[in-house]
Design a protein around this ligand. Sequence first.
Ligand SMILES: CCCCC/C=C\C/C=C\C/C=C\C/C=C\CCCC(=O)SCCNC(=O)CCNC(=O)[C@H](O)C(C)(C)COP(=O)(O)O
Ligand SMILES: Nc1ncnc2c1ncn2[C@@H]1O[C@H](COP(=O)(O)O)[C@@H](OP(=O)(O)O)[C@H]1O
Length: 300
Amino acid sequence: MPTVYDRHFNQVRNIARHLHNHYHIAANELLFLSSFIINLVLGRLIHWTAPQEEVYNYYTDKRNILNQLFVKNGWAWTTIVIVVFYVSILTQSRPRKSKVIREAVIRYAVITMWWILFTQWCFGLPIMDRIFVLTGGKCVVEDPGRHVKLFANLGNGKSVSSTISSYNCKRIKGSSWEGGHDPSGHVFLLIHSSLYLFLETAEYWPGWGALINSISSVVHNHEKTIIEKLKQLAILGVKIHPQLLVIGMISFWWFMLLTTNIYFHSIAEKLVGMVYGYLGIVVVYFVPRIFRQQSQIGKN
Ligand SMILES: CCCCC/C=C\C/C=C\C/C=C\C/C=C\CCCC(=O)SCCNC(=O)CCNC(=O)[C@H](O)C(C)(C)COP(=O)(O)O
Ligand SMILES: Nc1ncnc2c1ncn2[C@@H]1O[C@H](COP(=O)(O)O)[C@@H](OP(=O)(O)O)[C@H]1O
């Protein structure tokens, strides 16, 4: 006689099966994808319900080291983590190494291309700047300096440009990026990077049990000093279970996304950053599943 728990468990399992069969998405993937929407809602709730949070603090300062060193170089850090991950996984004797490397490099190249197109360069201005300019945004400065050719002088001591990139505009002293819809580059980058790391490494997931056992065998080894334990944990997280490094990076990106969601940009600008963050990932990891299933059906 099945208990109420068995019934609930079966219901959850049926929903997961349905998602997998009809939408080609696993329940844990859906949960992870939704976590960024939860992050946005949580950020807004903190913003509305805790006004004292809005008072100047470490995270409201754009110059804080976490922003300047990590997020502002976010794609470089994500690249380092994925390279360390693959080097570690491939040195732990895996079959079909060259195929694994070839496919990982192709996916990395496509995903990097999408990051470049959205934030750096898209046959001129990157997509995020094009959206800003197309919706009436302009770079306003007093002295355009060496970028003078890109600016029109308004005659009131100010010059405007809609052809300079946000990157170059921000580097001009006293500039402001005015009007228009300015999609959040941070929201894009943090979601894009987290999803990439999650989906790219999912195939090698050893299970929470294995990770927790490995960590606890280091932590509970009473013959080792704290320093030795920390060293062993670092080796564990890089060489044996590089998934720990990935979990660390994703958790940090999630936290930085929360601070962006609390303090920066309008909701609409964050939502646009979010949609573009999902887009490249959906094309690389989910759309191929539909074609793969169709070709499978064709063969049967
Ligand atoms: C041995 C096994 C190998 C298997 C490896 C698998 C995959 C990896 C494949 C290849 C990688 C190998 C080498 C890669 C070499 C070079 C890649 C270059 C890496 C870089 O990304 S360099 C550029 C770093 N730049 C950044 O990270 C900048 C990020 N910042 C931004 O995008 C913006 O500042 C912003 C969007 C965060 C915010 O913009 P604003 O609003 O502030 O304007
Ligand atoms: N989590 C965070 N911590 C600190 N600064 C952040 C941040 N999220 C966004 N910002 C800052 O807010 C501005 C808009 O970000 P974005 O458009 O990428 O979302 C950027 O300013 P700067 O470009 O002047 O550095 C960025 O550095």
